[in-house]
Design a protein around this ligand. Sequence first.
Ligand code: APR
Length: 308
Amino acid sequence: MAARSKVTVIGAGNVGATTAQRIAEAGLADVVLVDIVDGMPQGKALDLAEAAPVVGHDARVVGTNDYADTAGSDVIVVTSGIPRKPGMSRDDLIATNAGIVRTVVGASAAVSPDAIIIVVTNPLDVMCHVAMTASGFPRERVIGMAGVLDSARFRTFIAQELGVSVEDTHAFVLGGHGDTMVPLPRYSTVAGVPITELMSADRVAALCERTANGGAEVVALLKTGSAFYAPAASTFEMVDAILRDRKRVLPCAVLLEGEFRTRGLFVGVPAVLGRGGMERVFEIELSPEEQAAFDKSAGAVRELVEKL
Ligand code: APR
C-alpha cells in the first residue's frame, strides 16, 4: 500500500483549521498545520487528532511552527494572512499579505519541491502571482481557490430562489475574485437547464450581484473576520480532485498563457484538476458581452499586480 498523501496547511486560523479538519476527517491525507503563532497550530492539531477516534479516521494531524515538518508534502494550502474587516475590500490586504505569502511559500516550497500549491489568501489573484514567483513552480502547480467558492455561493442563491436541491444546480463564476467577478448565467443550470430560462432577467441580475458581494455580505455580519466554512469546503474539493486524480472541471485562478485572450495573468477560469495539478484550461465559448466583462475583470487584476 502506498503511504497516505501529505498536505501542509499554512495558517491555522479559521480557513486553515477548517480545511485541515475536512481533509483529516475525510481520511484524504495526513495534515501538517503551520502557523507563526507559537502553540496554536500544535493545540488545534492535537484537538483534531483527539476527534479522530470519535469520527473514525486514521489521518495524522500535527501542528508546528517549523517548515522542516512540512517536507515532502504533496499539496501546500496557503491561508496565512490577515482577513477582511467590515468596510475593507480584499485589495486592502495586499501589502501585508504579499509579504506573508512570499515568506511562507518560499519556506515551504524549498522543502517540498514537487508540491502543488493552492492559494487561498486574498487578494487571491495577486497572491497567486506572489506564490508563483516565490516558489519558482510551473503554472500547473500554482492554483488559486476562488471560483469554486464564488460558484458555490451562486449555486446556493439559485437553489434558494427556485426551491430546488443545490445538488442539481451548477454554476460558473469566472474572472478575478473581486467586485468585477463574472458570473455566467448562460452556463449556470438547474438539471441542465440554463437559469436564464427559469427566472426573469431581473432575478438573474440580482443573484449575480449578490454572488459578487457574497464575501462582503458575510464580513458585514461577522464583523470580526471573513467567511471560512464555504472557503474551507471549496479548498477541500480542490485538494480532493488533485490527490484522487479526479480530473474535476472546477473554476480556479490559473496563470493564463493566451487562453480566454489573456496572457501572463492569474484569472479565474474552468480548469481540469488532477494529480498533475492544473492539467488543462477548459476553454468555453464566451459571448462578446461575457468576454468584455472577463476582460474588465482581468484588467482589475492587472492593475493590482502592477501596484505590487
Ligand atoms: N506565517 C504563518 N502563519 C501566519 C503568518 C505567517 N507569516 N502570518 C499570519 N499567519 C496566520 C495567523 O497567525 C492566523 O492564524 O494566518 C492565520 C490567518 O487566520 P485568520 O486570521 O483566522 O484568517 P482566515 O479567516 O483564516 O483567512 C485567511 O484566507 O479567505 C482568505 O481573505 C482571507 O486572506 C485571508 C485568508
